[in-house]
Design a protein around this ligand. Structure first.
Ligand SMILES: [Mn+2]
Length: 374
């Protein structure tokens, strides 16, 4: 693609040799809390307060962020199924239909995509939302929410709920839902267990990421004891891909660009290909991981052409923080991941993104032959 050779040469200058040095500084990048065996005391207290609120409520709304992922779907549906078993009336809302990978979960096809403007709840529970603005267009105003409960493993200060249960050591919000159900003394039905297992599977990348704690494995064991069939879950979630996604993957990978030093990779999803293959937004989820998965790639970028701008997805291996790159482009992100939308077409966005990635690479002297030695 045009202009890429120049950008690549500049990247090469900037990024050679820094990776080994960073690893020496930061060790293996294991996050704090990885070996946490118990729920932190503060979080345990919060789980108890959430359980008390839910016990009192008769009519409950459960919702997560728009663009639902496996943790939103699994923790929402798991909580909803348990509350229904406890005799409560529950509405699960998301402004978009859940992706097929998660929609088959118990209750998944009954998720409301609109809420009547007169609906009132005794309690509204937001899960895995990160920020209240992401809860969708029909997220009720304070007067109709009832008690607002915030359950999340993303850090937020101050937490927005009337009652908030924030635990960044939880691998998935499904873990936090399980903790609340434990306080309630509610046994895990197969329906609930399948949903919570899906949430764990999604946020630990199939028990592979650094957040896969002993605690996560212990919950997984309990869920399997409750009847979850791991292969059935894998098959329905990961081995039931739509043909459109695989056709798109082929096209996207053929667009792949790697910096000369091999530490940054970029792929693009064109609107034309989306419509040609009949692909939906959910089919783009996870494609960027194929680029991060290349040996030597520290940061992967996926750009998706939209009618009114470009979506930017960043995934880091842990040595480059994604959040400052996102901030430089006017977006927001986490340590290893960021997804946001910018104005501007694919070509101009590509240029800006590559420049931002370039600026994020620490300026250190190139180390000869370092990559070959890795
Ligand atoms: Mn999550």
């Amino acid at each position: 693609m045009e202009g890429r050779a120049d950008v690549g040469a500049a990247l090469h200058q900037a990024c050679s040799g820094w990776s080994a040095r960073l690893r020496a500084v930061h060790g293996t990048g294991a996050p704090l809390g990885r070996h946490t065996t118990d729920v932190p005391a503060e979080a345990a207290g919060a789980a108890r307060r959430v359980a008390e609120v839910l016990q009192q409520a008769r009519r409950v709304l459960v919702l997560g962020h728009a663009g639902a992922d496996g943790d939103v779907c699994g923790s929402s549906l798991g909580l909803a199924a348990a509350l229904r078993e406890l005799g409560k009336e529950v509405v699960v809302y998301n402004e978009e239909r859940y992706p097929d990978a998660w929609r088959w979960l118990p209750g998944g096809s009954a998720v409301a995509t609109t809420l009547n403007a007169r609906e009132r709840f005794d309690c509204t529970v937001a899960v895995d939302a990160a920020r209240p603005e992401r809860l969708g267009r029909d997220f009720p105003p304070p007067g109709r929410r009832g008690t607002f409960v915030w359950i999340d493993h993303h850090k937020i200060d101050p937490a927005p709920g009337d009652v908030s249960y924030v635990d960044p050591t939880a691998a998935a919000v499904g873990e936090q839902v399980a903790a609340v159900l434990e306080v309630l003394g509610h046994p895990l039905s197969l329906d609930v267990a399948q949903c919570l297992y899906a949430s764990l599977l999604a946020d630990t990348g199939g028990f592979r990421y650094g957040n896969t704690s002993a605690r996560a494995f212990r919950l997984a064991a309990r869920l399997v004891e409750a009847g979850v069939d791991p292969w059935l879950m894998t098959e329905r979630i990961y081995e039931s891909q739509d043909e459109a996604r695989m056709r798109l993957l082929g096209k996207v990978l053929s667009s792949m660009w790697l910096s000369p030093c091999g530490r940054a990779g970029l792929v693009e999803v064109r609107a034309h290909d989306m419509s040609r293959f009949g692909a939906r937004a959910e089919h783009v989820q996870g494609l960027v991981n194929h680029v991060r998965g290349i040996k030597g790639v520290e940061i992967a970028v996926l750009l998706r052409e939209l009618p009114d701008g470009t979506a930017v997805v960043l995934r880091s291996r842990g040595n480059i923080a994604a959040a400052p790159i996102a901030a430089a482009l006017g977006g927001r992100g986490h340590k290893n991941a960021a997804t946001f939308t910018v104005e501007g077409d694919l070509a101009s966005t590509r240029q800006r993104v590559v420049e931002a990635v370039l600026a994020a690479l620490p300026a250190v002297e190139p180390t000869k032959g370092e990559r070959a030695a890795e």
